[in-house]
Design a protein around this ligand. Structure first.
Ligand SMILES: Nc1ncnc2c1ncn2[C@@H]1O[C@H](COP(=O)(O)OP(=O)(O)O)[C@@H](O)[C@H]1O
Ligand SMILES: [Mg+2]
Length: 302
């Protein structure tokens, strides 16, 4: 059964979409069958993977509001192990349209049950609010990953989010765990960034991911090319940091589950890819071909 991770924070611009897209791509590069669900009406994650959502009539909207099966809305991507359930601007009205539906917070959880066995990871990119769409994601999720931008008001709103998590645990989803607080857009030239890291670590301790995502222009450029950063610039720091995050999550899951053997090749694949990126060379052949070809092309200067 796939593990469902909701990437959520009611603040906009903290790196939710960048994290959802690039964590999904990095898990897929480790040959983990991964589904990225875009539940933000802005559809930034879908668009960032080159999907023109306005032209689609089978999206998360029809899945939640209509009766469309998830399988019928899922699209494949450029990466062999990555599928996408795209969003649509129509989703703006969904919160109102489903307000009278019985168990309206559980719609997503129920709908994705039919595909959970197909994936190792299901990553949900949430909108910047704590409304019904985010509640659906938190009810469907095994864990929540919270991107926090390394800026002055980093911790603002986090109390409200933690409060929402405890309400969800109490009434909707007792098994919801905190995957981690992920520090994003870290700039080691800025004293402020370092202060934020210290401050967040002091308050949240072990809940903070070991991986810190640096500020990297390639991460901001990749979506306009319709690609995750691994396919846009595989040897960038952005690609390395998201491979590191995938490795951290894979390793933690390995320590938790008894199926050690099955996840080990994935960890070594992502470890090798991370090392290769750090060394400025293409990942080895045990990272899937889609990534490898793209990486080779980038390395060759194509
Ligand atoms: N690590 C990073 N380095 C540089 N730019 C980033 C980074 N993470 C996100 N961005 C940029 O910051 C903006 C907000 O990020 P995004 O992922 O869309 O946040 P959210 O989904 O929380 O609103 C986007 O323009 C994105 O490209
Ligand atoms: Mg977003």
């Amino acid at each position: 059964m796939g593990k469902v991770i909701a990437v959520a924070n009611q603040k906009g611009g903290v790196g939710k979409t960048t994290t959802s897209v690039n964590l999904s791509a990095s898990l897929a590069a480790a040959e983990q069958p991964t589904l990225l669900i875009d539940i933000d009406p802005q559809a930034n994650a879908s668009n960032g993977l080159g999907i023109k959502t306005r032209e689609l009539d089978k999206t998360i909207y029809e899945v939640l509001v209509g009766n469309l099966a998830v399988e019928d809305a899922v699209l494949t991507s450029e990466m062999p192990f990555l599928d996408v359930l795209p969003s649509h601007i129509n989703l703006v009205g969904a919160e109102i349209e489903i307000v009278d539906v019985k168990n309206r917070e559980r719609l997503l959880a129920e709908r994705i049950n039919t595909v959970r066995h197909k994936y190792k990871y299901i990553i949900i990119d949430c909108p910047p609010s704590l409304g019904l769409l985010t509640l659906n994601a938190l009810t469907a999720a095994d864990s929540i990953l919270v991107p926090v931008q390394c800026e002055y008001y980093a911790l603002e709103g986090l109390g409200q989010l933690l409060n929402t998590i405890s309400i969800v645990r109490k009434h909707l989803n007792p098994k919801l765990e905190i995957e981690g607080i992920l520090l994003t857009m870290y700039d080691n030239r800025l004293r402020l960034s370092n202060q934020v890291v210290q401050e967040v670590t002091r308050h949240l301790g072990e809940k903070v991911c070991k991986t810190i995502i640096g500020r990297n222009v390639r991460l901001a450029e990749a979506p306009s090319h319709g690609k995750p950063v691994l396919l846009y610039d595989a040897i960038s720091m952005g690609a390395k940091h998201y491979l590191d995050l995938a490795q951290e999550i894979l390793q933690r899951d390995q320590n938790r589950t008894s199926t050690h053997a099955s996840i080990e090749p994935a960890i070594s694949a992502v470890t090798n890819a991370t090392a290769a990126v750090a060394a400025g060379v293409a990942p080895p052949p045990n990272v899937n071909n889609g990534t490898n070809n793209a990486t080779n092309a980038v390395v060759a200067g194509a």
